[in-house]
Design a protein around this ligand. Structure first.
Ligand SMILES: [Zn+2]
Length: 200
């Protein structure tokens, strides 16, 4: 018979078990919690596994921590690059707004970004929105850096979640197409029960 897949009751990792280990005490290879695997019911279904020990603190936390570390570090780097680029853009626009608007107009016009019947006022509004994006993005970038630091220090779980979400919306052109997958990755890791528990 094929192996059974049992979700670890501590960290939800799917653990592959041969039929001979059903009903036995087993250890999760990821969080190292001991649990009793369910026995197979007459109808072939499997009940929930029963947690026998709590996640061993040291192993559990270092394991959870190492899983959260990689996305947090990437998010930190992406966030800092974002702060740099958005900051430069905002400073440049502050200095030479007319020049930058003219350049944008030219680029967007070349790219046929405006509807053919757009009035100059409408075109101006579109450019207004465009130049406001970096101001919004720099806030998202700062939040994602704070969230990454919280994740690395395992403090302030809600800020870590906000940071991951901010990373996802921070997909402003040059930096951050990376932001979306990294934010999603970090969010998935953060909500793994043992990772969440490792926060103080
Ligand atoms: Zn586990």
């Amino acid at each position: 018979m094929a192996d059974a897949m049992i979700p670890c009751p501590a960290c939800a990792q799917q653990v592959r078990l041969p039929e001979s280990l059903l009903g036995q005490s087993v250890q999760c290879p990821r969080c190292f919690a001991m649990f009793r695997s369910p026995i197979r019911e007459d109808d072939g279904s499997l009940g929930p596994a029963e947690l026998l020990t709590d996640v061993p603190e040291v192993n559990g936390i270092s394991n959870a921590h190492s899983r959260a570390k990689v996305p947090a570090i990437i998010l930190l780097i992406v966030g800092m690059i974002g702060i740099g680029f958005d900051g430069l853009w905002i400073l440049a626009y502050d200095k030479e707004p007319d020049l930058i608007r003219a350049k944008l107009l030219e680029m967007m016009d070349d790219a046929k970004a405006f509807p053919p019947d757009a009035t100059p006022a409408e075109i101006n509004q579109i450019i207004d929105v465009f130049v406001a994006i970096p101001k919004f993005c720099i806030v998202a970038a700062v939040l994602s850096v704070i969230g990454a630091i919280c994740t690395l220090s395992r403090k302030f779980f809600p800020l870590a979640v906000i940071g991951a979400l901010a990373g996802m919306v921070h997909i402003w052109a040059y930096t951050c197409l990376l932001g979306l997958p990294i934010g999603v990755w970090m969010l998935i890791v953060l909500f793994q029960p043992d990772v969440r528990r490792s926060f103080t």
